[in-house]
Design a protein around this ligand. Structure first.
Ligand code: ACO
Length: 338
């Protein structure tokens, strides 16, 4: 191991750091006022129940990999890293371009990362946090030096635009992080990932897979649209994110007061506030941008992290908590030093 690399090791294991981020959202904005014209809802209902004011919606010909590739280009430019130097691309998404090939391969081709190997992961809204943990493992074993972790979603294409209980919640977009081992930086301090498949029925996209292959019947039944038991999801999201955040902080040997910034999954302001009440920490430490993007699923945490950085909310050495929850159920938390 080189002297440079050993500076960034912990007990001989290379530490993974996010060295740069980038994000992209489509230019088309769908406001609550627009939704009032589409379904029986009001700006007031959406705002008080969710905190969301508007969201970005991809164009019909804009696929998840198009958004992911643009976020990746921006992250690589911010890192000063050439696409050819990327060893691994992980795309977290529940809205891949196709059943296969994986969306990461499409991103690879678009950005010219010809030396990377590529795969997708599907952990719903926890996707970016799961992907970051995968990057950490590859870097920790020395199997990769530069990993691109992307959260990208075109949730609008699995949304039933006549279902007012769901269509107001989500938005499209992508974020990317360049992850490397950097001399003198501690990077990711701890991460804890959890799942509970017994609760899979509460949040799902039933059609289009091997259980219900697409047919005229599945389309007539609307199985190609996301389904959710909102109240149950809400309760589990609060309990699970609070618990896993505490576990990750414990593992890092820190408390919430040691954190400079908390980036929760951007699903709903009421979920964020409920986590804040349980976990503690000053409210201004909780970064929220869901009012402008809605819930972008796997992209939500990384879009928020990238925006927080661009807004000057992150300084080198700051301690940051990322915490997410999604279908599966899946949930996870990462504590890192910026
Ligand atoms: N506009 C107006 N009324 C609506 C709307 C709408 N857009 N949607 C639902 N309603 C009505 C319902 O029909 C219901 O009417 P009823 O009492 O006459 O039957 C009433 O509002 C209350 O509905 P609830 O579902 O009980 O409302 P609730 O306060 O639970 O809020 C919400 C619903 C916002 C979906 C909430 O449950 C929630 O945020 N859950 C978490 C869901 C989530 O964020 N999922 C994202 C994926 S997982 C994740 O990212 C964490």
């Amino acid at each position: 191991m080189s002297a440079a690399l050993s500076n960034a090791t912990f007990a001989g294991i290379p530490r993974a750091s996010i060295v740069a981020t980038g994000s992209y959202v489509p230019s088309r904005v769908l406001t609550n006022a627009d939704l009032e014209k589409m379904v029986d809802t009001t700006d007031e209902w959406i705002l008080t129940r969710t905190g969301i004011r508007e969201r970005h919606i991809a164009e019909p010909d804009e696929a998840t990999s198009d958004m992911g590739a643009e976020a990746a280009r921006r992250a690589l430019a911010n890192a000063g890293v050439a696409a050819e130097d990327v060893d691994l691309i992980v795309v977290a998404t529940i809205t891949p371009d196709m059943g296969f090939p994986n969306t990461a391969c499409f991103v690879q081709a678009k950005i010219g990362a010809k030396n990377a190997f590529c795969f997708d992961i599907e952990a719903a809204c926890s996707g970016f946090v799961y992907g970051l943990d995968i990057a950490r493992q590859y870097i920790g074993t020395g199997s990769a030096r530069t990993v691109l972790v992307i959260g990208a979603e075109k949730i609008s294409c699995i949304t039933d635009w006549s279902d007012r209980s769901l269509c107001v919640l989500f938005g499209d977009g992508a974020g990317a992080a360049v992850v490397q081992s950097v001399p003198g930086r501690n990077g990711i301090l701890a991460s804890v990932m959890r799942s509970d498949g017994t609760l899979s029925d509460l949040l799902k996209l039933p059609g289009g897979g091997s259980r219900h292959p697409t047919s005229a019947e599945t389309i007539a039944q609307g199985l190609h649209y996301m389904k959710m038991e909102g109240r149950d999801v809400f309760k589990h999201a609060v309990t699970c994110m609070t618990d896993v955040a505490r576990r990750a902080l414990d593992r890092a040997g820190l408390t919430v007061d040691d954190l400079d910034l908390i980036i929760p999954h951007q699903a709903n302001q009421r979920i964020v506030s409920a986590i804040g009440e349980r976990l503690g920490g000053a409210p201004e430490k909780y970064y929220v941008n869901l009012d402008r993007y809605g819930n972008t699923s796997a992209a939500s945490v990384i879009i928020a992290l990238d925006e927080a950085h661009r807004m000057g909310r992150l300084q080198r050495g700051n301690r940051v908590l990322l915490v997410a929850f999604g279908g599966g159920f899946t949930w996870g938390a990462t504590v890192l030093e910026w």
